[in-house]
Design a protein around this ligand. Structure first.
Ligand code: NAD
Ligand code: TYD
Length: 339
């Protein structure tokens, strides 16, 4: 089965995964017309999309997914929505939860409403494995109940509940992906991997919460984008797909690998006070997306090498981001380990 979508509204594509998704789509499906809607928060960056500016079949609209009139008018001109737009960083959600509730939940509702009104073919919500909450043992299948434990993951769970309610109540043609932790080029240097790499470049301490033992499933962003593309075009409507690699890595393991690639001493690792409510493990069952024909192409070792190389070669991209408000956030977030 293959769905033909001609005019796509991609919300939040000035961020990390969305911009990689646009890059992927431009090369694999150049005939799809793409409208990007992005508020350009601290995490949104036009530099991520500069290569598409002025190209036929691409336009950028600066705006908020919570703006009902704007979303309505853009939805009238498109046939499907892929929603990446969200506040995304757990540590910031502990400082300012309301921004998350507003964008992630209300913004998603505004998009659902417009998609319904204009009879869209598909609404794809880019969700996260964090909606399952901490998974001490085993792996989350798509059917297990949500147990979010941070304002970020609770907001993403709220977004999903709204979208599923629209599917049930109004027949919204919904698809959902629940991706694991992404890494790769263009990731804002607040998430673990770009914090570690950019700090290592400057011989700054690499901060790990508590003892660095928390486990994540790190997926290279291009692999995630390929999965979203495949779900968007091939999956039966009303389905949700976990997207991950099945490989588990600790924070300490990531930090050591980064330092080894860069030839820097492990003494740069610094253990800092834990994140409140830290989810110590996420792990997804990926049989459903695998059955759709998707598989991981980039191993963690290869993806990390490529990512380190990209940050080493693109200081003009990340250095301007590590200034002003960034350091205020950084000082507020990282506290020395007590006890
Ligand atoms: P990001 O923080 O890099 O980018 C978010 C983008 O959304 C930014 O461009 C920002 O300007 C935009 N945005 C924020 N509020 C907006 C609003 N009200 N209106 C319009 N645009 C707005 O995030 P990311 O890491 O690229 O994540 C993208 C999506 O994927 C999110 O929905 C996130 O929950 C999900 N996800 C992320 C990961 C991950 O590891 N990063 C994993 C699984 C799922
Ligand atoms: P992060 O990249 O914030 O993603 P998640 O949304 O999964 O929490 O963090 C990934 C893991 O790394 C998580 O266990 C928290 C940990 N971490 C650190 O140890 N130090 C850091 O500076 C950051 C940002 C995260």
């Amino acid at each position: 089965m293959s769905r033909s979508l001609k005019r796509l509204l991609v919300a939040g594509a000035a961020g990390f995964i969305g911009s990689n998704f646009v890059r992927h789509l431009r090369s694999t499906r150049p005939d799809v017309e793409i409208t990007v809607l992005d508020k350009l928060t601290y995490a949104g960056n036009l530099a991520n999309l500069v290569e598409f500016e002025g190209r036929p079949g691409y336009r950028f609209v600066h705006g908020d997914i919570c703006d009902v009139d704007l979303v309505d008018s853009l939805s009238a001109e498109t046939d499907a929505i892929v929603n990446f737009a969200a506040e995304t960083h757990v540590d910031r959600s502990l400082m300012d939860p309301f921004a998350f509730i507003e964008t992630d939940i209300r913004g998603t509702a505004v998009l659902c409403e417009a998609a319904r009104k204009h009879g869209h073919q598909v609404f794809l919500l880019v969700s996260t494995d964090e909606v399952y909450g901490e998974v001490r043992e085993g792996r989350s299948t798509e059917d297990v109940a949500f147990r979010p434990r941070s304002p970020y993951s609770a907001s993403k769970a709220g977004a999903e509940h709204i979208a599923w309610a629209y599917a049930e109540s109004f027949g919204l043609p919904l698809l959902v992906t629940r991706g694991s932790n992404n890494y790769g080029p263009y990731q804002y240097p607040e998430k673990l991997i770009p914090v570690l790499i950019t700090n290592a470049i400057d011989d700054m301490p690499l901060p790990l919460y508590n003892d660095g033992s928390a486990v994540r499933d790190y997926i290279f962003v291009e692999d995630h984008c390929r999965a979203i593309d495949q779900v968007l075009h091939e999956a039966p409507l009303g389905k949700v797909y976990n997207v991950g690699t099945g490989v588990e890595t600790t924070g300490l393991g990531v930090a050591q690998a980064v330092l080894d690639i860069m030839g820097k001493p492990r003494s740069l690792i610094q253990f800092v006070a834990d994140r409140p409510g830290h989810d110590y493990r996420y792990a997804v069952d990926i049989s459903r997306i695998t059955a759709l024909g998707w598989e991981q192409r980039v191993t963690f070792a290869e993806g990390l090498e490529r990512t380190v190389q990209w940050y080493v070669e693109h200081p003009e991209w990340w250095r301007p981001l590590k200034s002003g408000e960034y350091w205020e956030y950084y000082r507020r977030n990282y506290r020395p380990l007590v006890g």
